[in-house]
Structures are given as C-alpha cells and as structure tokens.
Design a protein around this ligand. Structure first.
Ligand code: NAG
Ligand code: NAG
Ligand code: NAG
Length: 328
C-alpha cells in the first residue's frame, strides 16, 4: 500500500494569485511523477488556463492510488505571467519530488521556467533560461534533470534545428545544436545511464519514425531510428518515460512502445482510448515499478487519463472536464 505525499497539503502559493477550481486548458501539458518505487510517490500535471494567465498544476495526492484518480482542483501559479499562444510545457522533477521545474514560453517569446523553490512553504520562482535561448514561438519543449542542479531544456528554432540549453554549476550555457528535425516535431528528453555513466536521450519525430539521439560524457550526439507499429501519426505528440513511449498513431488512437533508452521494441500495444478525436497532447509517467499513467487530451478540450495497474492491465479511460469545478 502506498499513498501520495502529504507534503503539499498546506499550500501557501506566494507570488501567485492562486485560486481553487480554475479551468485547465489541456491542449498542451506536461506531467511529472516521482519515486517510482518508494512509499512517498507523487504525480502532477502542469499546463495553463484557457486565458493563458499563469501556469496551473493539477494535483493528485493523499487519497491513495486508485482508479479513477482523486484530484485536487487546479492551482494557478504565477497569475501575472501569460504563456505564449502555442506554448508547450515541459515539467521535470528530482527522483524524490523535492525539486520541480516547469518550462514554457512566455507571450514575449522568452523561454522561462517556474521553479518550486521551497517544498515546505510551497513557493515558486519564475526564472528565464539564460545564454540566449531562442525557441520558435510554437516549438515543442523537452527537458530532463541529469542530477541535482544540473538540467537541460531542448527546443526547436524556426529553421528546424533542435537546441540544448544546459544549466550546470549555477549558470545557463549558450545553446548548442543537437539535431535537425522537421518543423513542429514533438521533443522529449530523458536521463538514462549505461556502463560509462550518464546518458542524455532526446527524441524527435522523423517521418514515420521516432529518432532517438543519445549523448554521453565521452561521445557526442548520435542517432538511431525507432519505427513504431502501429504507424505513428504525421505530426505525432508522444511521451517518453521510464520503459515506455506513448504516441498518437496514424489511425487516431494512442499506442505504446516498451523497452528502454537505447533498446526500444517498436511492436507495441494499442490503448483503449476514447473516440472523441485524435489526441492533441500526451504525457505519461510511471509509479511504483509498473503502474503506468497516460494522460491525453482530445480536440474537444477534454483531458483523459488511462492507467495500467500491475496484474490488472489497462483500465478504462477517465475524462476530466475543465469545468472549474474540483474533480473528485
Ligand atoms: C561544473 O563544474 C565542474 C567543476 O569545475 C566541472 O568539472 C563540470 O564539467 C561542470 N559541469 C558542466 C556541465 O559544465
Ligand atoms: C509554427 O509557426 C510558424 C510561424 O507562424 C508556422 O509557419 C508553422 O507552420 C508553425 N508550425 C506548427 C507545427 O504549428
Ligand atoms: C543521424 O545522424 C547522421 C550522422 O550524423 C545524420 O547524417 C542523419 O541525418 C541523422 N538522422 C536523422 C534522422 O536526423
């Protein structure tokens, strides 16, 4: 038996005009999970409101893991910042959930992030990615935390190049080009390791394939091709988490590839998604070894989640309406 953390039960969102029950615009969102095998586990979904004011957190905790999930209402963090119209969100956390970072593009085009700076007082700070980061306005964002105080955010410029901005030793490095991909590709990044140490892994779409780019301390970026079956949609949204890739398939559904960084097995499964239209975004995460959480949104602005529990397999999708009413 494991239960979600109580650590954020008392919320004092300073710097923010926080309110309960705000509508959540699920067109673009990101999620973090932490402590995949521990007792103190967490899951948060980040995005924005329909008016793009602030970024929001959907919070599920303290009622235990169950299906359907029990949700707190969305919380507005930074009511004063406006996100860019097509801004993506990339949320990352440390393994213990004590550090959470949410990247997004502000309406002036700056690549910024909210940093949860104080777990006890629940304070967030808004910061800018330095070093001259310049994503295209509608670029996807991918991010990963490599170690404490060491992270990168990946984005695309207007010519298709994928850049990495890396934060280490207290400063943002100048952006470095990693790869080139067709404009509008989704971007995902995850931290992994092999016998030689830490691996950076970045995923973009190339036609009918997902391209995996890997880089270690001793080698620069190199790629391999993953060709999903069922076929991936032309401009897929996809999500890479521990052991799973979830992607929008050409037939409008959601499908899964299992494996791990450097060794994916492309013949995956299909999830029993709703038929309310192709997914507009997807994000997934793992808790407790093998409890898989997939969140996706449909064209009618509904946020869905589908859960696979150990032994029981995939459960029916559950819809959340962005009604402003606390979800139970
Ligand atoms: C951070 O500083 C240490 C010590 O100077 C150095 O070894 C390391 O390479 C730096 N990390 C990055 C990512 O620049
Ligand atoms: C991104 O924005 C540019 C400029 O407005 C546009 O040409 C391009 O089609 C957009 N790409 C996507 C994937 O929306
Ligand atoms: C993979 O890397 C090779 C060598 O750098 C490059 O020529 C090729 O274009 C890359 N593939 C993709 C899909 O980006």
């Amino acid at each position: 038996m494991s239960f979600f953390s109580f650590s954020k039960l008392v919320r004092l969102v300073l710097l923010a005009s926080s309110a309960l029950g705000l509508a959540f615009n699920p067109r673009r969102f990101s999620l973090v999970t932490w402590n995949p095998s521990g007792e103190n586990v967490g899951l948060r979904v980040f995005g924005t409101a329909p008016d793009r004011r602030g970024f929001l957190e959907l919070n599920t905790q303290n009622k235990g893991l169950q299906n359907p999930l029990w949700w707190y209402a969305s919380m507005r963090l930074f009511g004063t910042v406006t996100t860019a119209e097509e801004s993506d969100f990339a949320a990352i956390s440390s393994r213990d959930g004590q550090q959470i970072i949410v990247f997004f593009v502000r309406d002036d085009g700056a690549l910024v992030y909210g940093q949860w700076t104080d777990a006890t007082a629940d304070m967030w700070a808004l910061k800018t990615v330095g070093g001259g980061a310049a994503p295209a306005a509608n670029s996807s964002l991918g991010a990963a935390m490599w170690a404490a105080g060491h992270m990168s955010v990946f984005y695309q410029d207007g010519s298709g190049s994928i850049f990495e901005s890396e934060f280490a030793n207290g400063t943002w490095a100048r952006p470095r080009a990693v790869a080139t991909a067709s404009l509008g590709t989704d971007i995902n990044a995850v931290a992994a390791s092999n016998a030689n140490g830490m691996l950076k892994a970045v995923y973009v779409q190339g036609g009918a394939s997902i391209i995996e780019w890997l880089s270690s301390a001793s080698s620069g970026w190199s790629n391999t091709t993953i060709t999903p079956s069922p076929e991936i949609s032309a401009t897929s949204r996809f999500s890479v988490s521990s052991g799973r890739i979830h992607y929008t398939s050409a037939d409008g559904g959601l499908a899964e590839i299992t494996g791990r960084v450097g060794l994916w097995r492309p013949r995956g499964g299909k999830l029993s998604v709703s038929n309310n239209g192709p997914a507009t975004d997807v994000a997934s995460g793992l808790l407790l070894f093998d409890w898989v959480f997939v969140f996706y949104s449909t064209a009618d602005n509904t946020l869905w989640n589908q859960v696979s529990f150990a032994f029981y397999g995939w459960q029916r999708p559950q819809a959340f309406w962005p009604s402003g009413v606390p979800w139970t």
